[in-house]
Design a binder for this molecule. Structure first.
Ligand code: SF4
Ligand code: SF4
Length: 320
């Protein structure tokens, strides 16, 4: 959930700022209280190898920069359609429609729009510049026990950039959290672990077939990486997003709970109920929202899932 102040593209330099390593980020949220302990600066990085159909952050799927469309500002002039070299835009009943399979993110439609209805929403930044910006919030970290959280997308999908930023934050003694789907090369995961104080690790489904159906990827690597991180002594909060019809049944929760109890070390668990706040983002991106008809789980169901996990001896919190 976004609670803090959003830093807009353009505030940071797009140059490398002395570091040769740069990466693509979508936004920086300052004064967040939902992405780890204390007051945090959360960096949302672009790109994700998963395709969870209920995703709350569709703006971060693409590794490349993305464009947003605001139908309420559109005057229907069609200049974006004419400017698009890929034929990705067409006139629809509710405004201009984007074909995501054709769009190559060249940004020409943004430049062509006379009404400010199209906007670039992400940008490239050097690791040194990013850390310089993060470090401005250091007084708040000191007072609250906070720090920086790298989120996404999947931050490990830009591993060189992530490692460089983590290393520089480490030198400044900034507490570092990484929110991950766990879908990464094992060597990369352990390299990140050496520079990370806390993982916020998503565990969606333990059943491999269901995982493939709902996220588009196999979960063997996700489960083995979680086991390896636990074995390494990493501090981990395991986050279970509770998605109706996907993993809110007692069997899926039991499988997740059993997997966690068999890990080498003890870890806290957070249950995160599905919410529909992302609906507006899909509309702006011109994407269809597959979770449109999904109803958030009622509080009693969320509490019941948390109780089921607690009975296995796990320490469980319900997140927002
Ligand atoms: S960003 Fe996508 S939709 Fe816009 S002009 Fe380029 S290819 Fe076309
Ligand atoms: S150029 Fe801008 S105002 Fe014109 S149709 Fe495209 S989005 Fe709408």
């Amino acid at each position: 959930m976004l609670t803090g102040r959003v830093l807009k593209p353009g505030v940071l330099s797009t140059k490398s700022g002395g570091s040769s390593i740069g990466g693509n980020i979508f936004s920086i949220i300052r004064f967040s209280t939902h992405d780890g302990p204390g007051i945090r600066t959360t960096v949302f990085m672009k790109g994700c190898p998963l395709a969870c159909w209920w995703c709350h952050n569709p703006e971060n799927w693409q590794h490349l920069p993305s464009e947003i469309y605001r139908a309420e500002r559109c005057i229907g002039c069609g200049q974006c359609i004419a400017a698009c070299p890929s034929g990705a835009l067409s006139a629809g009943a509710k405004g201009v429609v984007t074909d995501p399979d054709r769009c190559e993110h060249c940004g020409r439609c943004v430049d062509a729009c006379p009404a400010g209805a199209r906007e670039r929403t992400s940008w490239r930044v050097g690791a040194a510049d990013l850390v310089r910006s993060i470090s401005r919030d250091a007084p708040f970290y000191d007072q609250s026990g906070g720090g920086v959280t790298f989120s996404g997308g999947e931050p490990l999908a830009q591993s060189d950039f992530l490692l460089a930023a983590l290393q520089q934050c480490s030198k400044l003694e900034i507490h570092r959290a990484v929110e991950t789907s766990g879908y990464a090369e094992p060597g990369t995961m352990l390299a990140v672990a050496r520079r990370t104080d806390l993982f916020l690790y998503d565990l969606k489904l333990v059943d491999p077939q269901k995982h493939r159906i709902h996220t588009g990827v196999d979960n063997a690597r996700i489960l083995s990486n979680l086991r390896a991180l636990s074995e390494s002594g990493a501090d981990i909060i395991i986050r279970i997003p509770l998605i109706p019809g996907v993993n809110d049944d007692t069997e899926s929760i039991a499988l997740a709970g059993e997997f966690i109890t068999r890990l080498p070390c003890e870890h806290g668990v957070e249950v995160l109920p599905f919410h529909r706040a992302a609906s507006v983002k899909y509309a702006k991106l011109g994407l269809s929202y597959r979770a449109e008809n999904l109803t958030p789980p009622p509080p009693e169901r969320v509490a019941e899932a948390a109780r089921q996990l607690s009975k296995l001896g796990l320490t469980v919190n319900i997140g927002g």
